[in-house]
Design a protein around this ligand. Structure first.
Ligand SMILES: Cc1ncc(COP(=O)(O)OP(=O)(O)O)c(N)n1
Ligand SMILES: Cc1nc(C(=O)O)sc1CCOP(=O)(O)O
Ligand SMILES: [Mg+2]
Length: 380
């Protein structure tokens, strides 16, 4: 890292104290007293404020329900964040006894300056502080042991001991996501062992019949066929599994899915969502979107290969993982080299000149034992 890469963050109040100031160099940042820098921590009468180029955070003693900026409330080892859209997120740093607000502001500023979105930056900040409190160094936090539990208010709670049925990991290789039964049949005929029916029109008059056919095809081929979104029909028709996104899990009856024995895959797009997915003990965790995609409008930025590698390391085999978003034949080896278990894709098959040949060659590339590349250094 050259000095020009180092992000400078100022605290305006000369009396500001934090025990982690020196360690911010491990995060590529320098936090110092200055009255000129744009990214700054300010002390106000009613608490601290962190002002970055993109957002303002207030560290408050009580949440104000009319907030238009991010608010963070530290109570022992629980940090409650109220977002500008009024959603409430919780971060429980179980291995800390108390979160120091000044240290948290410093850590949060660093991770925001390194380009992390607000909830991911808060998740990383608490992991980094916990890691140091546990004398495990001040480097980039990788070990899940230091990460907080994350959730939104009103999240479903999965009962202790209850978890979703497992998938067969040896079949979790190439994972085509397709929108018709015809495509599903095509990929299964090429030897695909895990796939998904993703129909985005809930008013499709033949929805039930299509899901039924997808389930039957999966059974016929001994494959793991996931149904995207329509969890009630999936339960009713006895599907192998369901795939749900972060918004879907807020409205789905997860206990009903779990009790019916269906597998559950969950989409995630960063540290906060990954830690949130852990609460549900799913059958697999999807990590997206890795590269720009034309298939879906994404509210988040592409994660890239470096972050994908960090997420795989964080999950560390606790759940099977699948990468999705903009993956094609050319990018596949580098995606595989991150150690992710499975590779999901849409257009690399559905827009290929020869979809059958493309499926076969992608499948071979995923299941080949070319592990020379795997776990090699991953560069973008
Ligand atoms: C394997 C896999 N990963 C991610 C998704 C996306 O799910 P979701 O965020 O719910 O978005 P929609 O697919 O419903 O538009 C997926 N379907 N499969
Ligand atoms: C359906 C979907 N979900 C994503 C996520 O990141 O959650 S990316 C994606 C589309 C993937 O399509 P393609 O392989 O054509 O880029
Ligand atoms: Mg969905």
């Amino acid at each position: 890292m050259t000095t020009t890469d180092v992000k400078q963050i100022a605290f305006r109040d000369a009396g500001f104290k934090s025990s982690v100031l020196d360690n911010t160099r491990h995060l590529g940042c320098r936090v110092l007293h200055s009255t000129t820098d744009d990214v700054r921590i300010e002390s106000h009468q009613n608490g601290l404020a962190l002002i970055t180029g993109t957002e303002t955070w207030q560290f408050v003693r009580e949440l104000d329900t009319a907030n238009i900026v991010f608010q963070a409330l530290c109570q022992d080892n629980l940090v409650t964040v109220q977002l500008p859209d009024q959603r409430i997120a919780y971060f429980q740093a179980e291995k800390l006894t108390k979160v120091n607000q000044n240290d948290l502001a410093v850590a949060l500023a660093c991770f925001i300056e390194q380009g992390y979105e607000h909830l991911d930056a808060m998740t990383l900040a608490l992991a980094w502080l916990t890691q140091q409190a546990r004398a495990a160094g001040a480097g980039w936090p990788e070990d899940r042991a230091w990460f907080p539990r994350t959730s939104f208010a009103d999240d479903h709670v999965i009962a202790d001991g209850a978890e979703f049925s497992s998938i067969r990991k040896e079949l979790f290789t190439l994972y085509p996501v397709v929108d018709t039964v015809e495509w599903l049949a095509l990929v299964l005929e090429q030897g695909v062992t895990t796939t998904q029916l993703r129909i985005k029109d809930p008013n499709d008059p033949d929805l039930k019949q299509k899901i039924q056919q997808a389930i039957a095809l999966g059974e016929q081929h001994g494959a793991q066929v996931f149904i995207n979104d329509y969890w009630q029909l999936a339960i009713e028709l006895g599907a192998y599994g369901v795939h749900l996104g972060q918004e879907d899990i807020e409205v789905a009856d997860l206990s009903a899915i779990q009790q019916a024995g269906l597998r559950l895959g969950i989409s995630t797009h960063g540290y906060f969502e990954i830690m949130r997915a852990f609460n549900l003990k799913p059958s697999y965790i999807a990590l997206g979107h890795i590269f720009p995609t034309v298939t879906k409008d994404m509210p988040s930025q592409p994660q890239g290969l470096t972050r994908l590698g960090q997420y795989v390391e964080l999950i560390n085999g606790a759940y099977p993982t699948v990468a999705i978003g903009g993956i094609n034949a050319e990018r596949l080896p580098k995606v595989k080299a991150t150690g992710v278990d499975s590779i999901a894709l849409v257009t690399a098959i559905t827009r290929a000149d020869d979809p059958k040949a493309a499926t076969q060659s992608l499948l071979n590339a995923v299941i080949s034992n070319a592990q020379g590349e795997a776990h090699a250094a991953v560069c973008e």
